[in-house]
Design a binder for this molecule. Structure first.
Ligand SMILES: *Cc1c(COP(=O)(O)O)cnc(C)c1O
Length: 355
């Protein structure tokens, strides 16, 4: 159990009004939660304080060596006005795995979930209520020790900030166009691909820019060794329905183990679909398309929940999937997961934590 001190703001900001366009990551709430970690002492001084810029030493190790990790989850407002979280203990467990790999200190699962609940409780009125909106919660850890030698740090901070975010889709599920990247790679075995560490995202931007320049919205990464097997998309895991079977890349160190991915697999298995986590070669995927067997492609992640893929390009091959329309399984997963998240469907998977 953390003991969290609270210092509430004297100058609350104006909250967005009903109907305002929120976008993603544009607005921050009135408070943030901070916990310090120092060597020998561990975590201490947990506090909720007014949201404000941090004062940080220019020699802080995070600024030089990217000693940082983060998580992302949401709080949802239900029809009766209450607020709830979706599987926060899975984010907590994932941050432990990330931070072990990155030599960063981590909070135990119960403490992480408690911290998330406490900040959301304080910011409850910031959880928006328009259809499809939510409060995005961003926990992160970084090395703030001023030091220029490369080694593990003796001082870190854990912080949570919150941002009210808009509906990802303004008018129905909008299929995305995806470019299969065959030059840059995102992750290799033994590396940090399974972690949410800032460096992974910095390194992915060149591929993202290239895809944009070619008229595509996102990159589908191939494995970093052979550039042969499909892995994942930008900040989403990727699923392919081929001849009735649903494929997604295995979590063997190079793919981010998404909470949405895990939830989709659990639902698909419950519904009786065949799910394969065997590696899938891009050439087999293209062949399945040519044979008319590539039925659906979709990405999964907390931000979009489910994102149908309408077009895939690999080298000079362009695949138009399901006539650019949303597939049946894609739609069913979207309806079920969002239904549970916003409390419109019963939580029969036991995924919800009430605030
Ligand atoms: C966060 C993330 C995902 C999706 O994970 P969720 O827990 O479902 O939000 C997938 N891929 C990458 C690279 C990510 O950073």
């Amino acid at each position: 159990m953390l003991e969290i001190k609270k210092e509430l703001t004297q100058n609350p900001k104006k909250k967005p009004a009903k109907g305002d366009k929120l976008g993603f990551g544009n607005i921050y709430t009135d408070h943030m939660l901070i916990i310090d970690w120092t060597e020998g002492k561990g975590w201490h001084d947990a506090r909720i304080v007014p949201y404000a810029p941090l004062s940080i030493d220019p020699a802080a190790m995070v600024l030089h060596y990217a000693m940082e990790s983060f998580e992302g989850l949401k709080a949802y407002r239900t029809a009766d006005g209450s607020v709830q979280l979706f599987r926060p203990e899975k984010n907590a467990a994932r941050m432990i795995n990330t931070n072990k790999r990155m030599c960063l200190p981590y909070l135990e699962v119960e403490d992480f979930v408690q911290a998330v609940k406490e900040i959301v409780k304080v910011e409850k009125d910031w959880v928006p209520s328009d259809e499809g909106t939510s409060l995005y919660i961003r926990p992160f850890v970084f090395a703030d020790e001023p030091h220029l030698g490369v080694r593990t740090a003796t001082s870190h901070k854990f912080i949570i900030i919150c941002s009210p975010v808009g509906a990802y889709y303004e008018s129905g599920l909008d299929p995305v166009k995806i470019y299969v990247e065959d030059e840059y790679v995102r992750a290799t075995p033994g590396g940090t691909g399974f972690t949410k560490c800032g460096g992974n995202y910095a390194g992915s931007l060149a591929g993202q820019v290239k895809a944009h320049d070619l008229g595509y919205e996102q990159v589908l990464w191939l494995d970093g060794v052979e550039r042969k097997y499909v892995e994942e998309v930008g900040s989403m895991n990727c699923f392919f329905k081929i001849d009735g079977t649903i494929y997604t890349a295995p979590c063997v160190g190079t793919v981010l183990p998404g909470v949405t991915r895990m939830s989709c697999i659990e639902l698909l298995k419950k519904w009786g679909y065949k799910v394969s986590e065997d590696r899938l070669a891009i050439t087999d995927l293209i062949q399945a398309y040519k044979d008319g067997k590539l039925e659906e492609v979709f990405g999964t992640g907390t931000a979009a929940v489910i994102s149908p893929v309408g077009e895939l390009r690999y080298e000079d091959e362009v695949c138009k999937i399901n006539d650019g329309k949303i597939g049946e399984v894609t739609q069913k997963l979207y309806d079920t997961i969002t239904g549970i998240q916003w409390g419109k469907l019963p939580d029969d998977m036991n995924w919800i934590t009430k605030i």
